[in-house]
Unconditional design. Structure first.
Length: 315
């Protein structure tokens, strides 16, 4: 899917003099903090996070509108260079599509670190689009003095438009990054309403929340190829002061029977906890009462089956 301008309403298209709006792609290798950064830039959690590499699998758009400027951020999967299965080919295609037609690229690395996987991501980025080097996780750098020679080395990798050492967990750093991004966006009408935060629907957010809890509660035991399918997403309007009710049935897909047992846990305790933590988070996110049922199914080899990868919703 190419990151192109969405169809705007007439009201948005008319705009106001002085408005700025543009696409900003967030790219980098797995586990450099891209989704955490997106959530911080938007001001609300819209992209799931975990320590497991390749947590993000879809192109997720997050919007942040402040003053006269609307930032449209595109979070991408971590560019995968190690495993060449159908799922990873699909994820890499998503990354390449997202960076093809944007106004600015945020190339995210860990501050003080530049490995071969980072270099391979940098190779696929076009040189005609302004690119900021975002040195994330600055809070984890023990000796700040070591950053100066590292930044000099990075200047030899590419002529980045600017260098931004920061931590996505630091509100001041996030505000500073927004200020830097603003000047690269063209003057044009906003594409979305000022209060919109993402282009993804509630069903998608439910699926992603289940997957986040799955990965967080299984750690490195469960292969990253496990996925989640939403079988049912129904809502009932609340009466009077009652919140609406959202009923969800979801299937966790794994590749082996041993993985299924791992997800279910002893006497079903783990899957019960996955469901509980998902429900609690979704009730806050959706502002609704949530009822959720989880099932686990084995689909051996699905991640290397192009047809099944597409049928599971990957591009």
């Amino acid at each position: 899917m190419t990151a192109t301008k969405p169809i705007a309403s007439c009201a948005h298209e008319q705009g106001v003099a002085g408005q700025r709006c543009g696409l900003i792609a967030i790219v980098g290798k797995p586990n450099v903090g891209k989704s955490t950064l997106l959530n911080a830039l938007v001001g609300q959690k819209i992209s799931i996070t975990s320590r497991k590499a390749q947590t993000t699998r879809h192109r997720i758009t997050g919007m942040h509108t402040v003053g006269q400027t609307q930032f449209v951020f595109v979070d991408t999967p971590g560019f995968q260079t190690r495993h060449n299965n159908a799922l990873n080919r699909s994820l890499n295609k998503t990354v390449l599509g997202a960076v093809g037609d944007v106004d600015l690229i945020l190339f995210v690395v860990e501050a003080g670190v530049f490995k071969q996987a980072d270099a391979k991501v940098l190779e696929v980025l076009g040189k005609d689009i302004p690119t900021l080097l975002v040195a994330n996780k600055l809070d984890e750098v023990m000796r700040r003095a070591d950053l100066a020679p590292w930044l000099l080395q990075m200047q030899q990798q590419r002529a980045f438009a600017e260098y931004v050492p920061m931590s996505a967990k630091n509100a001041r750093d996030v505000a500073r990054l927004l200020g830097i991004c603003e000047k690269y966006l063209p003057q044009q009408a906003w594409w979305y309403a000022a209060d919109e935060l993402t282009d993804r629907n509630e069903k998608f957010l439910a699926s992603e929340t289940v997957r986040e809890k799955l990965f967080r509660l299984t750690g490195d035991e469960l292969p990253y190829t496990s996925t989640v399918l939403i079988d049912k997403f129904e809502e009932e309007r609340g009466r009077g002061q009652q919140r609406r009710l959202v009923k969800i049935a979801a299937t966790i897909v794994v590749e082996r029977d041993t993985h299924k047992a791992m997800v279910i846990g002893d006497k079903g305790e783990r899957i019960k906890r996955i469901g509980t933590e998902t429900r609690v988070e979704l009730e806050k996110l959706l502002d609704a009462k949530v009822f959720i049922e989880l099932w686990v199914k084995v689909r051996s080899g699905w991640a290397d089956d192009e047809a099944r990868v597409r049928s599971f919703g990957y591009e």
